[in-house]
Design a binder for this molecule. Structure first.
Ligand code: FE2
Length: 197
């Protein structure tokens, strides 16, 4: 398996004006646990008894059902930490062009993101390949709600564990600091790798 734990401790300094050390260290630990669980699940699946498969319950059935909890949890956290930065960046280039085309303007996109953040564990700005457009997607949980043939361009972790230490009960304040530290250069790079000309 290609999942590897990335070190994001550079963010402790880069984001120090907006994210506490305690908040980030707790979140890094959760990210690490997803990697560990993803490996444990893959190992368990190799040995699991296929003859027990059924719709209601068996170890094999649950291991298959829960696969994306660990796998997505690991990769979504990686995408999230990668799209944070201490440098100020702006919406420019291709992503600015497509946000204007598909959401109307950057303000409308941000209003949609802030509303979507109230709903589930993740908000993702994705590139929808079949329809060649940007889309805002909500995942109720790591493994629930990811549309087929979308590529993640921007990952926003809305789980309580991402913000409750620094902003207890106030997700809007967390969204302010997330947007302040969002690395649009990274989002642009992800888009350029997949977008049709
Ligand atoms: Fe998280």
């Amino acid at each position: 398996m290609a999942l590897e734990l990335s070190n994001f401790e550079n963010l402790l300094n880069e984001l120090s004006e907006s994210f506490s050390r305690k908040q980030l260290l707790q979140h890094f630990h959760i990210y690490q646990q997803y990697i560990i669980k993803a490996y444990e699940l893959e190992a368990a699946l190799k040995k699991s008894d296929r003859t027990t498969a059924n719709h209601v319950w068996s170890d094999f059935s649950e291991q298959r059902r829960r696969y994306a909890v660990g796998y997505n949890g690991a990769l979504l956290h990686q995408l999230y930490f990668e799209n944070l930065t201490g440098d100020k960046t702006e919406i420019t280039s291709k992503v600015a062009e497509l946000i204007d085309r598909d959401f109307g303007n950057a303000e409308a996109w941000e209003a949609d993101l802030r509303a979507a953040a109230q709903i589930g564990e993740w908000v993702l700005l994705t590139y929808n390949h079949p329809e060649n457009k940007l889309q805002q997607v909500v995942l109720e949980s790591n493994h629930i709600g990811m549309p087929v043939h979308h590529t993640v361009l921007l990952a926003l972790d809305c789980s309580d564990h991402a913000w409750m230490i620094d902003h207890p009960g106030h997700i809007e304040d967390y969204l302010d600091v997330f947007l302040k530290h969002l690395n649009w250069n990274r989002v642009n790079l992800r888009l350029r790798m997949v977008a049709k000309k």
